[in-house]
Design a protein around this ligand. Structure first.
Ligand code: CA2
Length: 139
């Protein structure tokens, strides 16, 4: 069975509770339940932290045994050289995902510090961005 690790960064624990106009009104737990049912032949593990170092620890932990990592680094996307270095240091391919289309938003969201270290980037498809990343990694 192929194993995938979803890693969600800061504030993504608030999904479905705040800012529904930008991020929708579904909680990540509810979405994950649907995703797991849609892909029963995959193991999909999920981790969320608001702490940059904990995200790095999880990338190190998953990065040598999982078939892929789906990473929404939240606002750390735009700031973190440390996350970039962590992605470069592991073996598993990482797909950067964003729920919103960051390029239609504030200018500070247009640049990602992690894209160059990732296999690819998917943004703007709501929670479906995670499924698109999973399909890319499965294939
Ligand atoms: O669109 C995305 O997925 C983002 O990674 C989300 C980040 C943002 O800083 C990035 O620029 C784009 C913010 C996550 C905050 O999530 C919330 C969810 C619900 C309510 C409030 C915040």
């Amino acid at each position: 069975m192929k194993k995938f690790q979803i890693i969600n960064g800061p504030n993504l624990n608030l999904l479905g509770k705040r800012e529904p106009a930008v991020y929708g009104n579904t909680s990540f737990e509810a979405y994950l339940e649907v995703l797991r049912k849609q892909y029963p032949s995959c193991e999909i593990d999920c981790y969320q932290s608001n702490v940059e170092g904990e995200l790095i620890n999880k990338i190190h932990e998953a990065g040598f045994s999982y078939d892929g990592i789906i990473l929404n680094a939240g606002a750390y996307t735009h700031t973190s050289v440390a996350l970039h270095d962590a992605i470069k240091a592991i073996e598993s391919p990482v797909v950067e995902v964003h729920i919103s289309n960051v390029h239609t938003r504030e200018e500070f969201r247009h640049h990602s510090m992690i894209s160059a270290a990732c296999k690819g980037v998917i943004a703007g498809f709501g929670l479906k961005s995670y499924e698109l990343a999973l399909v890319a990694l499965i294939n």
